[in-house]
Design a protein around this ligand. Structure first.
Ligand code: FAD
Length: 566
């Protein structure tokens, strides 16, 4: 990309190594790298985060011409898909985390790590401001870091939708600490409910577990909790087993909305059989320390449900540092950072954003496609001949390979039908196609290429894509391999990011899992539970975590889950 080329020139000239900073706000001088005369200064890449996107970037970065600095308040990578298992002790917290220093240690690339949180991004001066998360350093806990390239992979935080009382009274399930707190909370509830002084009503209230959000995480947690209760806790607390209740609240008409209907139906049926009370169309409006108020969709009726423990899992929100940065760069009205298909923050060519904190802006693609179309309509008649139409399609596919992909997969049915109709009559060169009709068909692309889901799969693929771009930066400068540029001549340096969906799982408890695989292939039941075990074991980040998780699973099969409240 031309502007990126410019940045690279700047980056090469301005060099990489750490600069000595003097900042009025933060007197701390940042560490500096001494470089001997004549040594080529490395380009400095600052990576924010140690989650899925950042770790995948770091693991795949092989080009030693960068000086990489990782900044994150968490000095480990956490395998989030197994977090629901941590809430019940099916796997231990330490089994699913890997120290980031372990991950980057073996690399031939210079990588350093600072345990700090970035609280401000200054894109103008190519600098980020960071804070160590303890304040016992006499004012030295804040420090600035300059960058040539910034990789933002800070993920997201739990979204409370500003509903009163959620922050104060609910558990979230986002971090390892959250899962540990939930585990202690569940066991604590059983111990409290077993005290002899309590009435039946009090016992029932304490043992009422409410899960808010019928997405994959909420559903998996509800299923995991149900297994924990029925397989382990009822044996240890037989006197309170009749008082246990699990309720799942979902504001939409069904749980697991993003899955195939067969999976949704199966999950709802299974939960009903298991005695999990699924309340659909129930929107939470307030949470107090005693009850949770829901408004029923349709009649607007508000009911107050007493609870013992609530786990809130309703989606993700923006981190303050990202919100502040978005305001700076004119994206203040968005929920996540908008990037182009090369994962560059729009208008900031040396800043990349990936994972849950970003989304690829498809609107620009649509605008470009519409412009290509208008250009082809030379006489402004609003129609094109078949030949012109075919040329336009070829042009669009050349510039936007993902559109070609949709065409190949026959997903843009309107366009395919339109073409078929035209081709049937191809001898009549004069046949005309309506531009408006075509644009309408293109809106299908818009909805199909809508925001990628905020998943580990997307984040990891983006991380490895970006590492690949960094690895081949010089080669691709000389031999660009991307699609044609729309506004200038030549090609883009890299192919745009293309997401490959490998399928997704929804564990439903009782050793049953629903798997939605590519080409709408759905498997539900015990067989897909084994698929789930093998897929997750293979995806774990190291042999150490793999061994620990597998041995935790075996331990659970033999001895059950541990119910000590430590
Ligand atoms: P994260 O992995 O959240 O990493 C963000 C990183 O940024 C962290 O290291 C954090 O400490 C750091 N950070 C935060 N603030 C700052 C700051 N100010 N400065 C510097 N660093 C900062 N996805 C799937 O595909 N499959 C699943 O089965 C699945 N299950 C899930 C289960 C649960 C319980 C949860 C919570 C999520 C699950 N996901 C799953 C979603 C997946 O975890 C996320 O999509 C993924 O973690 C996003 O990766 P990320 O790198 O963008 O963010």
């Amino acid at each position: 990309h031309p502007s990126l080329c410019k940045v690279i020139v700047v980056a090469t000239l301005s060099g990489g190594g750490l600069v000595a900073y003097a900042d009025a706000k933060t007197s701390a001088a940042a560490p500096s790298v001494v470089q001997s005369e004549g040594e080529i200064k490395k380009k400095k890449v600052v990576v924010l985060g140690t989650g899925w996107a950042a770790t995948s970037f770091l693991k795949n970065l092989k080009n030693s011409s960068y000086d990489v600095h990782v900044i994150s308040p968490r000095n480990y990578f956490a395998f989030t898909p197994l977090l629901p298992n941590v809430t019940t002790g099916t796997v231990e917290a330490r089994s699913i985390v890997e120290p980031v220093r372990n991950i980057v240690r073996k690399k031939n690339v210079d990588v350093s790590y600072w345990e700090a949180e970035c609280f401000k991004i200054d894109a103008q001066n190519k600098r980020v401001y960071c804070r160590y998360n303890q304040s016992d350093l006499d004012g030295k806990e804040e420090f600035p870091v300059d960058y040539d390239y910034l990789v933002i992979a800070t993920g997201a935080r739990a979204n409370t939708f500003n509903i009163p009382g959620v922050e104060e009274n609910c558990h979230f399930l986002k971090e390892v600490e959250d899962a540990q707190k939930i585990r202690r909370g569940v066991i604590d509830s059983f111990e409290r409910a077993s005290l002899p002084t309590l009435s039946d009503d009090e016992r029932k209230k304490i043992l009422h577990f409410v899960v808010v959000g019928g997405g994959p995480t909420g559903v998996e947690f509800a299923a995991e909790l149900h297994d924990f209760v029925t397989e382990d806790l009822v044996k240890l607390y037989p006197m309170v087993k009749e008082s246990v209740k699990i309720t799942l609240l979902e504001a939409a008409d069904h749980i697991l909305n993003m899955f195939d209907k067969r999976i949704t139906d199966f999950a709802e049926e299974k939960f009903k059989r298991d005695g999990i009370d699924v309340k659909l169309g129930a929107m939470v409006v307030k949470v107090s320390d005693k009850d949770i108020s829901t408004k029923v969709k349709g009649n607007g009726e508000v009911s107050n449900i007493p609870y013992g423990m609530i786990v809130w899992s309703t989606g993700i929100g923006t981190r303050p540092v990202i919100m502040d940065f978005m305001k700076q760069i004119g994206q203040g009205n968005r929920r996540v950072l908008a990037t182009d298909e090369w994962l560059r923050v729009l208008g900031r060519d040396n800043i990349y954003a990936l994972g849950d904190c970003a989304t690829i802006n498809q609107r620009k693609v649509m605008e470009d496609i519409a412009a290509i179309f208008s250009k082809a309509d030379k006489d402004n008649s609003g129609t094109l001949t078949v030949k012109e139409f075919q040329e336009v399609i070829d042009d669009i596919c050349e510039r936007y390979p993902q559109v070609a992909l949709y065409l190949e997969n026959k997903k843009m049915r309107n366009i395919v039908d339109l073409l078929k109709k035209a081709k049937a009559d191809v001898a009549k060169e004069s046949i005309e196609l309506n531009i408006e009709e075509f644009k309408k068909a293109l809106s299908e692309v818009d909805s199909q290429m809508k925001n990628l889901p905020p998943t580990a799969q997307v984040a990891a693929q983006q991380g490895s894509y970006l590492a690949d771009c960094f690895n081949r930066m010089e080669v691709c400068d000389e031999n660009p391999e991307g699609p044609l540029r729309f506004r200038e001549s030549g090609r883009h340096r890299f192919k745009p990011f293309r997401y490959r969906h490998l399928g997704q799982f929804a564990p439903l408890g009782g050793e049953q899992t629903a798997a939605q695989l590519p080409y709408d292939w759905v498997i539900i039941g015990h067989s897909s539970q084994w698929l789930w075990y093998s897929a997750y074991a293979s995806k774990l980040v190291s042999w150490r975590t793999r061994t620990l998780v597998v041995s935790d699973w075996i331990r659970r099969f033999i001895f059950g889950r541990d119910s000590s409240r430590i």
